[in-house]
Design a protein around this ligand. Structure first.
Ligand code: 5GP
Length: 182
């Protein structure tokens, strides 16, 4: 089973994805590749950080389930190889979700949103994004919301982290039940 968590920059979807795999022990978080440089506060294994040449070679070799260019950097999900009995969780941008959808892969799509635009801007500034980047991500968010609606994603507002995680957990559990019943 494939679960896609998407949403605009600065809504906390990365933190949510990490908490979800702690709550559900049969959920496996895919590690993406990126050509973006590592942020100071970021763990070394939060992505596989590679240069563009290595990324482009991996595209040619068919290594990715999906990949997308986002603000000049490449991001990609390698074909997942979860441990036996685990469902796969992807935390990707909306273009990636569209690409998963185009491939006809059955999945649960969740779109995490910030309570307000002001709140999203505050979070982006708080993690050190430049004002130009903040404005770009906010503008992008409008398109992402509309694309996520077209994809039939379930919207979850992250106004309280624990509440958002609990809400998505319930959505995952009921999706699993439905899948199991066929
Ligand atoms: P950031 O640079 O803030 O870590 O991520 C920028 C955007 O890229 C976020 O929306 C994040 O969800 C998305 N992203 C991270 N990994 C992947 C991936 O493997 N594929 C796609 N399509 N987007 C990704």
């Amino acid at each position: 089973m494939l679960i896609v968590v998407s949403g605009p920059g600065g809504v906390g979807k990365g933190t949510i994805a990490e908490l979800l795999v702690e709550v559900h022990d049969n959920l496996w978080l895919s590690k993406s590749w990126t050509t973006r440089s590592r942020r100071d506060e970021e763990l070394e294994d939060s992505y596989l950080f590679v240069d563009r040449e290595a990324f482009e070679q991996a595209i040619e070799e068919g290594e990715f389930l999906e990949w997308a260019e986002f603000h000049g950097n490449l991001y990609g999900t390698p074909w997942p190889s979860p441990p036996e009995g685990h469902d796969v969780l992807l935390e990707i941008d909306v273009q990636g979700a569209q690409s998963v959808n185009k491939q006809g892969l059955e999945c649960l799509m969740v779109f995490v949103d910030a309570p307000t635009i002001e709140d999203q801007a505050l979070r982006l500034r708080g993690r050190g994004d430049s004002e130009e980047e903040v404005q770009r991500r906010i503008k992008e968010g409008e398109r992402e919301r509309s694309d996520a609606t077209d994809l039939g994603a379930i919207f979850v507002v992250n106004d309280d982290l624990d509440k958002a995680v609990a809400e998505i957990s319930t959505i995952i559990s009921s999706y699993r039940d439905r899948e199991e019943k066929g």
